[in-house]
Ligand binder design. Structure first.
Ligand code: SF4
Length: 367
């Protein structure tokens, strides 16, 4: 019954330094955070803030915005000020955008110092400015933009090449005494990606941002990310995650949140335990499960709700649930904590479940 004690994690988290992205701690034993990136032109302040608000509502904790032009850099003060979650400015080549982002009040900057090394002592100046502002720098190594020198040396973007690149990038800040770094080494192949992060976890103390890059459309990207993050997080590696999908960014947050919930790294909100249906089913289980999910989405207390296709196994299979239904003969047996409390016509199943959910919340003193 409610409230359930949290599950013990599958592995103790790797010991890493902690950085603060605004109010969100990353690394050092902090809960794994979920982040995404906006797809609107950053210079379009209203559209970007609108998307950030949608991401925030979906549970996004940190948001990244791309800054490819001066217009985008000019939009940062308004975005950083009005966003309710910390904003990371993503900058590729222009040191002046990095300074603009720091001045704008961004919570962190993503920049690879290797890209700006040629600009005299800009790396040192960035280290100084970030230190003064108290913000971390995210260094992101991607297979697709690996240093040509390392590509030649390793032949392709191997895990070793990605890690060597990341450590070299870090050293450019370390030589200026700057260590508030979080790191990623992304690859589109989950196996290469997992190997790279494992090597990196051994080789440095920094918190790690997990990502499978160019993971693909929603279905494929979800599976690739779930598999790769699952392997790493189950081994205690990973401090913040970004699922990359060729889909609206809110979907990335939903997938990221589900991954953490599935691993017991975050308390579940709504969990629908629905049977796969079989020849015994007397109701369309898929549709019923979808309707129950929609009716209870965003419910203020964590709930495990069982949706079972028949009364033969339904109540038994659902004993662990807070609430459930087993269908049969055009009716639904409603049960609370494994006990049948009512039998209602099929058309009233969803509303009856919602009524009992509200009762559970009231009993817990939650409105
Ligand atoms: Fe089949 Fe009933 Fe089990 Fe669903 S609950 S899978 S319908 S036996």
């Amino acid at each position: 019954g409610l409230p359930r004690p949290p599950m013990a994690p599958l592995a103790a988290p790797r010991r890493s330094r902690q950085v603060m992205v605004g109010p969100v701690p990353v690394g050092g034993g902090a809960p794994v955070s979920v982040q995404s990136m906006t797809t609107t032109p950053t210079a379009d302040v209203n559209a970007t803030l609108q998307q950030i608000a949608e991401l925030t509502a979906a549970g996004c904790q940190i948001v990244r915005v791309a800054v490819p032009s001066q217009d985008d850099a000019d939009a940062l003060p308004a975005i950083a000020r009005k966003s309710r979650i910390p904003v990371i400015a993503d900058i590729h080549f222009q040191p002046r955008y990095v300074f603009a982002a720091i001045d704008a009040g961004c919570a962190a900057v993503r920049v690879n110092p290797g890209n700006i090394k040629q600009f005299d002592d800009k790396v040192g100046q960035i280290a100084q400015a970030a230190s003064a502002a108290g913000i971390p720098i995210r260094i992101g190594v991607n297979a697709g933009s690996l240093d040509p020198r390392l590509l030649r040396k390793h032949g392709r973007a191997t895990p070793e090449a990605l890690v060597e690149s990341a450590l070299w990038e870090c050293s450019l800040f370390e030589e200026h005494g700057f260590h508030d770094i979080k790191l990623s080494v992304k690859h589109n192949d989950p196996v290469v990606m997992v190997r790279a992060y494992r090597l990196l976890a051994e080789a440095c103390p920094y918190p790690l941002h997990l990502g499978v890059t160019e993971a693909g459309p929603a279905f494929q990207g979800t599976i690739k990310s779930a598999v790769a993050f699952g392997v790493l997080l189950a081994g205690g590696i990973g401090d913040t995650i970004r699922v990359s999908l060729s889909a609206p960014p809110v979907e990335e947050i939903k997938v990221g949140t589900q991954i953490l919930e599935s691993l017991g790294l975050r308390q579940r909100g709504l969990e629908i335990v629905s049977c796969p249906s079989c020849g015994r089913a007397q109701v369309d289980v898929y549709t019923l499960a979808e309707r129950v999910t929609a009716a209870l989405e965003g419910f203020p207390v964590p709930l495990r709700v069982a949706v079972m296709g028949c009364v033969v196994n339904g109540p038994g299979e659902a004993r662990e649930a807070d609430l459930g239904v087993a269908s049969g003969n055009g009716k639904g047996q409603i049960f609370v904590q494994g006990k049948v409390v009512a039998t209602v016509p099929e058309a009233q199943i969803v509303e009856t479940l919602v009524a009992h959910a509200v009762q559970i919340a009231e009993d817990l003193g939650v409105d």
